[in-house]
Design a protein around this ligand. Structure first.
Ligand SMILES: [Zn+2]
Length: 323
């Protein structure tokens, strides 16, 4: 009997000790996990990019080894974007800063002069890419406001070069993970090559050969690559230069001449110009996404560059009446 009572007492005393031990082990394990997570987060390369395609490319190359921030707030029109002091601070605190090039972000040169000693690695993603002036192909409008076309990401061969430039920046900053970045970049470039081939094939079978765009001159490289004629209502490389009534009348006459059934409109811009053109000519409107930036909803839905371009191709097939 005595023995039985003792055993029960032991059990009784042993229970809280065991529980305390178990809980403290659990607690130290979870705090250990938190510490490891924090160390991993601290080890990640901090990358800041200006435009959405650069953000998406950087994420695809760096995956979990990088933290990528999009400088442009979702929904903001990028050509008129000017960085605020808090943006400059963000750039200053990053390990790598990726921008499109001096024709897209002319403000970069100035802020780099004023940036502190702990400056990030600067990646000019247009390095090695030949940028052209408008008007050298079948495009009919010459720009008046900017001389050089900055929309290099919309030519998928140039986009692959952008990927390489970002990759080189990652390797320079974090050579230990060279193979990892290289493998991811190669895989992503294959996807861009496949996208290019899809565009090439689908756009070679169209009844119409002219894109009428109610936005700014963003698709010069894309249309040149696939040998499509391109007219945009805004003559410049930026939506700041709105078309005059005279420009619109000229364009409406052209649309009637081309017997256009579809007019494309731009993302993040009120489609009023495309709507006026559509109303005057009886055409329908379709979106053609320049991918400079995306809306907050698209950002939250994790929309990516390739899916935006695939959607563009669907609309181009409808608009240009391709087989
Ligand atoms: Zn643009």
């Amino acid at each position: 009997m005595v023995c039985e009572i003792k055993t029960r007492r032991d059990r009784f005393i042993g229970f809280p000790i065991f529980t305390i031990l178990f809980l403290s082990l659990l607690f130290s394990a979870s705090s250990c996990e938190k510490k490891t997570q924090k160390i991993n987060e601290e080890k990640r390369i901090k990358v800041i990019t200006t435009l959405f395609p650069l953000y998406d490319f950087a994420k695809n190359i760096g995956k979990h080894k990088v933290d990528v921030i999009l400088l442009l707030p979702p929904g903001i029109e990028p050509h008129s974007f000017e960085p605020k002091p808090k943006d400059i601070l963000k750039i200053n605190n990053a390990d790598i800063f990726v921008y499109t090039g001096k024709f897209m972000e002319p403000w970069v040169e100035d802020i780099l002069k004023g940036i502190g000693e702990r400056r990030p690695l600067i990646v000019d993603s247009s390095k090695g890419i030949i940028l052209t002036e408008n008007g050298d192909g079948k495009n009919e409008y010459k720009t008046e406001h900017l001389k050089v076309d900055p929309h290099i990401w919309l030519d998928f061969s140039k986009a692959q070069r952008i990927v390489d430039n970002i990759l080189n920046g990652f390797i320079e900053k974090d050579v230990e993970n060279r193979e990892f970045y290289l493998k991811n970049a190669t895989k992503y470039k294959t996807r861009l090559k496949e996208l290019d081939a899809k565009f090439e094939k689908a756009l070679s079978l169209c009844k119409k050969e002219t894109i009428i765009y109610g936005g700014h001159f963003a698709f010069g490289y894309l249309t040149k690559r696939y040998k499509i004629n391109y007219l945009s209502a805004y003559k410049g490389f930026s939506p700041e230069a709105e078309p005059t009534p005279k420009d619109l009348i000229e364009l409406i006459n052209k649309l009637k001449e081309y017997n256009t059934n579809y007019i494309f409109y731009e993302e993040l811009l009120n489609p009023k110009v495309a709507e006026i053109l559509a109303k005057e000519t009886g055409a329908k409107i379709l979106m053609l996404h320049g991918a400079h930036n995306i809306t907050k909803e698209d950002f939250n839905r994790n929309v990516d560059f390739i899916s935006l371009m695939e959607h563009n191709l669907k609309n181009l097939i409808i608009g240009l009446e391709c087989k």
